[in-house]
Design a protein around this ligand. Sequence first.
Ligand code: P1T
Length: 380
Amino acid sequence: MKFNTKTIHGGQHNIDPAYGAVMPPIYQTSTYSQTSPGAHKGFEYSRSANPTRTALENSLASIENGKFGLAFGSGLAAIDAVLKLLKPGDEVISTNDLYGGSYRLFTSIFEDLGIKFHFVGMENTKAVEAKINSNTKLIWAETPTNPMMNVIDIEALAKLSKKHNLLLAVDNTFATAYLQQPLNLGADLVMHSATKYLGGHSDVVMGSLVVKDKALADKLYFIQNASGAIAGPMDSFLVLRGIKTLHLRMQRHSENGRAVAEYLNTHPKVEKVYWPGLENHPNHAIAKKQMKDFGGMVSFTTKGNNYEDAIKFTEKVKVFTLAESLGGVESLAGHPASMTHASIPKEEREKTGVVDSLIRLSVGIEDETDLIEDLKQALG
Ligand code: P1T
């Protein structure tokens, strides 16, 4: 099945044996009747499994070309489940530029539980290898990174992780399975904040994991059920519905992303534009190789690196909404240093480029001319 068919039909069979509904019903139930203890129709209690969530989990596995999908109450809950595979003394090598909440989870929760994290610019695979030792268990790669849009060579990392017997997890939130499929490139695990492009309509918070390996899936399912951070049935329905238009939305996000990046790239007040589709992007070659297109996330800085100018811009936009999050149909603007990445110490975030004038745009699927007009007036 091709990707554009998988988004609609992948993993969806015998959806509603009762009435033949085309969409799975929202099974808003916590429990299921049994005719005798243990005699049931495959569902016992909705933390362990729920038919609407199962329908979504099958769809997730299908679009990522994996075998097993798991849906969690948020992206961070999904990451939390992955980290619970580890034991005190284990070490993780993570992207140095990543979502602030992931950084906070790593350094403020799991470091206290005895896990050691190394934050590395993963565009350079040799820098990753230099951090590997006998305690290393996991490589955590976000690509493109949030918010600097660095692109990491997944295939190269997969070779490295296989050589050293490590688990390679890729946070695929910015690209989605439409633009890149980490499991096909050798990763062991794909994670999503499904809150973003998978849901696609800014109306749900959810996370997901997809893997190919049964033993790994069993461990993660055990953690999901034992820790309990599951996605609810209504939210599962919404994300399943969102995925059905993922391919169409990602095409338009990428087209509008290009229009916005190219406009900003020629604007006299703009210092630097970060979008992997621009030929002057330092990782353009690898982005072109591993991604189908370049997506709708665009970051930029203004000349003079002035905090007040950035704040003024965020206050003046009208079609773009100043808000956290990304990946919905509507365009959003954010100021990472004071919003999404405020939990990263200033010296740390500035090392990776998250300076005071940095603006991050989640370019939506509106008409491109309205978006450009809005940027023009806000920068003016
Ligand atoms: O918000 P949540 O669904 O828990 O997902 C966390 C997360 C994980 N990974 C990436 C790459 C993310 O961007 C996020 C969430 N990010 C935002 C809320 C944001 O505005 O960047």
